[in-house]
Structure formats: C-alpha cells, structure tokens
Design a protein. Structure first.
Length: 86
C-alpha cells in the first residue's frame, strides 16, 4: 500500500472533462485507488465519487493505492494531477 499527499496543479482542478479522462485511465490499473479530501474518502475509479469531492486547483489531497501495480498507478495519478497529462 502506498499513501502520498499530492498538490493539485491541473488548471481548474478535476472538472468534468479531466475527471472523465482521469477515471478512464485509472480504471486500467488493477490496484485499488482512493482519494482523500478532508473527511471524504472515495473510490477514484468512479466518476460520480470523484465529482462529489470537487478537487480544485491548489488543493492537496491524499492518494491511497493498494495492489500489484500501485507504483505505476501512483506515477500516473501524480503526473495527471500536476499536469493534466500522463
């Protein structure tokens, strides 16, 4: 299991289009991927869950990844949240 706090740099945060792109890609990993913002902990593979926490530019969130490809999944999540790209 990997836990890491990541500052969200992606312009305008995870609004509809980047959230959909994020969920599509994160679902390709076998690992369980969760995001924690404040008191909310969500499954990052669900677009509805992701939209419910309203991740905005400049915020810091905790990422929790557990599974066989967790390092690769973390590299993707970190890269995406900081640039909007893989």
């Amino acid at each position: 299991m990997i836990e890491k706090e990541i500052s969200v740099i992606i312009e305008n945060g995870l609004h509809a289009r980047p959230a959909a792109d994020f969920v599509k890609k994160v679902n390709q990993y076998k690992s369980k991927v969760e995001l924690v913002k404040g008191e909310k902990r969500i499954n990052a593979k669900s677009i509805l869950n992701l939209m419910s926490i309203a991740v905005k530019e400049g915020q810091t969130i905790k990422v929790i990844i557990d599974g066989e490809d967790e390092k690769e999944a973390l590299a993707f999540v970190e890269s995406f949240l900081q640039s909007g790209k893989e």
